[in-house]
Design a binder for this molecule. Structure first.
Ligand SMILES: *Cc1c(COP(=O)(O)O)cnc(C)c1O
Length: 226
């Protein structure tokens, strides 16, 4: 199967309001170009160095989403161009993004990452931490970040009931934050959840943005999730 065929297959399963982030990490530029020529514009990467190199080499109208764990000291490298940062998991990181956004005269779209998995290794906030962040004076003063919703990664399991439950939890978190803090804010609208193996379950639980890599580009040789 070619990238185009895989991409079309995935697109056929997505409702029209759901955005597809094609996760191109570890994959060569030629493969990204195949998807690009097919019309795909949103791509996801999880390593700063790799994203910088690809951004430089590939068409300027690609919207690059940073989907991995981001260290504060690396924000400056992607701040000039990144379309969305999916995994904001601390006030410290958000403050850095705001500062780098200011330096670049732009407002950077971000998602708050929540911890929904039953695993030690996954990053993310819990509700209490998110509330503390959203009610902080620091957040109130930020002018160069825009919170567009939430993101989460489910447990690595084939138990569809568990996956369903975890995605539902993230949807509930989104609704609660929306009602409490973003009622009037049209931008706070995204629930980024679902990967190759679980995105159909995520869609059923209200995902608005899926992040799909291996189903489109093939298996990766190495498979760091962060
Ligand atoms: C790698 C990755 C994906 C895509 O994973 P696939 O199983 O290849 O679809 C999605 N989200 C994040 C955060 C990732 O790191």
């Amino acid at each position: 199967m070619s990238v185009n065929e895989n991409l079309q297959k995935v697109l056929d399963t997505l409702p029209s309001h759901v955005k597809l982030v094609a996760v191109s990490k570890t994959k060569p530029e030629a493969m990204i170009m195949e998807a690009y020529q097919f019309g795909q514009r949103l791509f996801g990467e999880n390593k700063v160095q790799e994203l910088m190199a690809k951004q430089l080499a590939l068409p300027a109208d690609i919207e690059w989403h940073f989907i991995g764990h981001l260290q504060s000291n690396k924000v400056k490298y992607i701040a000039p161009f990144v379309a969305m940062i999916h995994a904001v998991d601390s006030l410290k990181l958000l403050k850095t993004i705001d500062r780098e956004g200011a330096k670049n005269h732009r407002v950077i779209n971000c998602l708050l990452q929540f911890y929904i998995a039953d695993e030690e290794t996954k990053f993310g906030l819990n509700m209490e931490e998110a509330i503390a962040l959203l009610e902080s004076a620091d957040y109130a003063s930020m002018k160069h970040v825009r919170l567009c919703g939430v993101m989460g990664m489910a447990t690595f399991t084939s138990n569809s009931e568990q996956l369903s439950h975890e995605f539902k939890t993230l949807n509930n978190i989104f609704q609660e934050l929306k009602n409490r803090y973003f009622h009037e804010d049209q931008f706070f609208s995204e629930i980024s959840m679902g990967m190759s193996d679980d995105y159909l379950i995520a869609l059923a639980q209200g995902s608005t943005m899926v992040r799909i890599g291996s189903t489109i580009f093939g298996e990766r040789k190495y498979n760091h999730s962060t």
